[in-house]
Design a binder for this molecule. Structure first.
Ligand code: HEC
Ligand code: HEC
Ligand code: HEC
Ligand code: HEC
Ligand code: HEC
Length: 475
């Protein structure tokens, strides 16, 4: 004990050493306290985690450096030989040779091992902590909020961000840490792009990510897709489309069993300059857009994310959002012109979230006050309900600080409202040498059973609450 105090006293010859010792001491104390609070469940939020795993090790390291610096400075100033200087600071007793080395050497070694164990242990805990979706989604505050919110509502809500964003093994980890460090710097210095662009180039190969859970060439059978849309007329008339997709390598998953390379003008992969398919016998068929051959471009081998770009965090368009609210009955279709009004209210360019909340309410109430003053008492509850539903949808769909709003991140699949989906390649402008286009006849990919067909009154598609069959609209 006495020796320990002697060492502690000896390593604080000046301000540097004292500050260093204080830093190391408080880092260890803080770590023990916070880790204990987390383990007992009393604390467990992101801020604690950030302090614990990012700040504490840095403070600890800085403390060690300050102690080392202080000792070095004291030796330099003493103008003695290292041995004599050590003897003058620590005393001959600690330097006396013994079986296992001098007491000072033993204490130094023990200190080094303890420091390494502390740093190693906290780094391991830090890596674990940084793999949690909550870290990716909320640690940098608003930056990834759109993805964080959309992820919660996706089929992959149980799949951690790192399962798709970090590849396998040491290489995957290293690549992600390099990108992650840059992200931290760019967020701190506010250098990042808004909205955050698709990280296609740095995304690992999909057999390392999606392949962890999905079998590429699996036969998913025939999937029937049913869509109900509402018109912009007074009655917000619903129509339905129904199609059957063969989700197997013989159908829409043809690509999972065939190689296709393509070049697009940028990472968004919206404008395709050429695409080529490779047959089993190795023969290549190239389809080129007029003038697309010479242009500089990103070349990619097509994989899962060239179609399923947003499967981890899909953003609905404003139109889809309103359609869904109408189908769920959270916005009552008996309100006249409600689809058109709701769409306008969601898409207006409100200057702030509070302005949007007030604006949505004002727009809806205002327009019914003007158009249906007599029926207001009757309509009131439905208007209030619609206002609340739209305000909620606005908050889930627009993130002004990071430049994400309706349609910023579009789909690459099917025929999305914005962008071209499969038609990026399957269209008349991309032709092979014989002038044949990539096939785009409607039955190449699906059987259309109904296409914007009227929804006869009383006929309600599966899963849709029977608003249409309830009493004729009283309005
Ligand atoms: C199922 C796989 C998957 C999961 C889970 C996933 N992502 Fe993604 N993410 C992707 C793919 C694929 C892209 C690239 C989109 C593209 O190619 O356009 C992407 C793109 C992004 C982008 C760029 C902006 C954008 O939306 O395109 C951010 C930011 C992002 N992800 C953050 C997250 C966060 C945070 C989580 C966890 C809360 C997460 N991701 C979970 C697959 C996933
Ligand atoms: C850790 C496992 C895991 C990983 C990694 C993963 N998925 Fe999934 N995926 C699932 C699970 C679980 C479901 C949900 C199945 C269900 O709900 O029936 C799912 C559902 C899906 C669906 C259907 C639902 C939807 O959103 O349309 C698609 C498409 C899909 N995954 C594609 C991908 C792609 C593409 C990747 C890689 C970028 C990927 N998955 C990575 C586990 C995973
Ligand atoms: C050429 C575009 C394309 C590529 C490439 C592609 N898919 Fe798909 N995938 C589709 C379409 C289209 C559907 C069905 C329609 C839908 O769900 O919107 C689908 C459906 C799925 C489903 C859901 C099946 C179900 O029962 O709902 C899963 C899972 C899936 N794909 C995984 C993958 C994985 C994993 C890869 C990469 C190996 C991949 N897909 C590559 C277009 C593609
Ligand atoms: C980057 C370009 C590109 C995109 C995007 C793309 N495809 Fe293709 N697709 C091709 C090429 C090239 C072929 C091969 C045509 C050939 O060689 O006959 C092909 C072939 C196919 C075939 C086989 C056609 C046949 O003749 O049997 C199907 C089915 C298919 N694609 C479905 C889809 C679906 C569904 C999507 C959207 C989810 C999609 N593709 C998106 C380039 C693309
Ligand atoms: C290259 C493949 C491909 C071709 C060619 C194609 N489609 Fe599709 N289409 C899809 C896929 C994939 C979906 C499903 C997307 C989804 O689940 O949202 C779809 C969905 C649809 C839908 C319903 C979804 C909606 O948003 O309304 C309609 C309607 C439709 N297609 C019409 C057509 C018509 C008409 C043609 C011919 C001009 C055509 N498609 C050609 C791949 C294709």
């Amino acid at each position: 004990m006495r020796r320990l105090f002697r060492v502690l006293h000896a390593i604080t010859p000046n301000g540097g050493g004292t500050v260093g010792l204080a830093l190391v001491g408080s880092a260890v104390f803080l770590y023990a306290l916070l880790e204990w609070l987390i383990l007992t469940g009393d604390l467990g939020n992101m801020t604690t985690g950030m302090v614990l795993y990012l700040v504490v090790p840095v403070v600890f390291g800085a403390g060690l450096a300050a102690i080392g610096g202080g000792l070095w400075w004291s030796w330099r100033r003493s103008a003695l030989s290292p041995r004599r200087w050590a003897a003058s600071r620590f005393g001959e007793e600690l330097l006396a040779p013994a079986t296992w080395g001098s007491a000072l050497a033993l204490i130094t070694a023990a200190g080094a091992i303890a420091s390494l164990a502390f740093l190693g242990g906290s780094s391991a805990r830090m890596l674990h902590f940084m793999e949690q979706p909550a870290f990716c989604g909320t640690a940098c505050h608003t930056v990834m909020e759109p993805e964080w919110v959309a992820w919660h509502g996706s089929a992959h809500a149980g799949v951690a961000c790192v399962e798709c964003h970090v590849g396998e093994g040491i290489k995957g980890l290293a690549v992600s840490k390099i990108h992650g460090s840059w992200e931290l710097i760019s967020v701190t210095l506010d250098l990042y792009e808004r909205p955050i662009p698709a990280p296609v180039a740095s995304l690992p190969a999909t057999d390392e990510t999606c392949g962890r859970c999905h079998v590429a060439e699996a036969d998913h059978g025939v999937k029937v897709v049913e869509r109900v849309r509402y018109g912009l007329d007074e009655a917000s008339t619903p129509t339905r489309s129904q199609l059957a997709l063969d989700v197997s390598p013989r159908g829409v998953h043809w690509h999972t069993a065939h190689r296709v390379r393509f070049a697009s003008v940028d990472d968004a992969r919206e404008v395709v300059l050429w695409a080529e398919s490779e047959r089993a016998d190795g023969a290549v068929r190239r389809f080129t857009r007029e003038g697309g051959r010479g242009a500089s471009a990103e070349v990619r081998e097509m994989d899962c994310v060239d179609c399923h770009a947003r499967t981890g965090h899909r953003f609905a368009t404003a139109e889809e959002t309103v359609d869904r609210l109408l189908t769920d009955g959270r916005v009552d279709r008996r309100l006249p012109w409600i689809k058109a009004l709701a769409l306008d209210a969601l898409q207006d360019s409100w200057p702030s979230e509070e302005a949007a909340m007030r604006g949505i309410e004002r727009e809806l109430w205002g327009s019914y006050q003007r158009s249906h003053p007599q029926q207001l008492p009757e309509l009131g509850p439905a208007i209030d309900q619609a206002v609340a539903a739209l305000q909620g949808a606005y908050r889930q769909g627009t993130f002004r600080e990071v430049g994400v709003s309706w349609g910023t991140h579009q789909d690459l699949i099917g025929h999305p409202a914005r962008g071209q989906g499969c038609f990026r390649c399957h269209q008349e402008k991309l032709v092979d040498e014989a002038g044949q286009p990539v096939p785009f006849a409607c039955d190449t990919c699906h059987t259309l059973r109904a296409w914007d067909a009227p929804l006869a009154s009383g006929l309600v598609p599966e899963g849709m609450p029977s608003l249409a069959t309830s009493a004729e609209p009283a309005l």
